[in-house]
Structures are given as C-alpha cells and as structure tokens.
Design a protein around this ligand. Structure first.
Ligand code: MN
Length: 153
C-alpha cells in the first residue's frame, strides 16, 4: 500500500500511520519541560509554509515557558489542560482554540490526572524561542495567578 502523504490516517486514538513520535525539543538544552512528545502531521510542502504538529503532555507535565516572534494556533484534541498566554491563565478543553500572539509568554500544562494533547499550527520558517531571564520570571510572578501556574525549572 503506497503512503499518500496528503492523507494522514489515525490508526489508534491520537496515533497516526507513518508518523513517528519525536522528542519535544532536541535543540536547546536550556529549555525546561516535562513529559512532552511531538509528532509532525504535516510538515513543509503542504499548507503554504505552515506545519501542523501534535503535542502530547502526560498528566502533570508541561511545555517550555517561552516567547518568540512567530505565532501559534492551538487546538486541544485530547484530555484537559491549561495554558498561560501573556498574563492570562486559560483552562483548555477538547476543541477549544487558542491563539498565541507574537512575543506573548506561553506555557501549556496537562491536568494532574489527564493526558493533554493538542494540535499546533506554526510557520515552517520561524525564530527560535526565547526563555525567560530571572528578572522576567520575577516580573511574571507579580501576578499571583501566573506565579501559581508557571513551571520554569
Ligand atoms: Mn512556542
């Protein structure tokens, strides 16, 4: 059976044929995260320079707290979690949609007892994420809700 790269088939819930599980981040040893995997569903040569990825965060895990010039469109498709976008903490459920603007601090967390999976649209050509400095962490923590949410070590 030939593989049609224009049709990505789900073989099991949130697992797709010929799509390999990747480490969440391999390029930056300084970035902190916990229990996150990545799958590239559509890479370059599909939607005009866009990529569609699937990230899965294990219960209690989190993505890197970061910001960058490029934007994200995130669509949760498994479980429950929450995210920081700018200075807002947003609870996220399946089929919500959330936009991460340019240079907004962001971080995604799974609920303590649920795996959280989401699609993320991003430009193929994009800048590297920036991590918060100690001063920026202090600044973010001035907001009590943000302070309680963020994980940065
Ligand atoms: Mn990001």
């Amino acid at each position: 059976v030939s593989h049609n790269k224009n049709h990505v088939i789900q073989d099991a819930p949130h697992r797709w044929r010929n799509i390999e599980e990747l480490v969440y981040k391999d390029e930056d040893g300084a970035a902190t995260f916990k229990d996150v995997t990545r799958r590239v569903l559509f890479g370059e040569d599909h939607v005009d320079g866009m990529e569609v990825r699937y990230f899965e965060v294990d219960a209690g895990g989190h993505t890197t707290l970061e910001k960058h010039e490029h934007t994200h469109l995130v669509i949760p498709i498994k479980g429950k979690g929450a995210c920081l976008v700018g200075d807002e903490v947003l609870p996220l459920a399946m089929h919500d949609l959330v936009y991460v603007p340019s240079w907004a601090w962001h971080q995604f967390r799974a609920d303590e007892s649920e795996v959280f999976g989401f699609l993320c649209l991003v430009k193929v050509e994009r800048d590297r994420p920036t991590l918060p400095t100690a001063d920026e962490i202090t600044e973010m923590k001035a907001n009590a809700e943000v302070a309680a949410f963020i994980r940065h070590q």
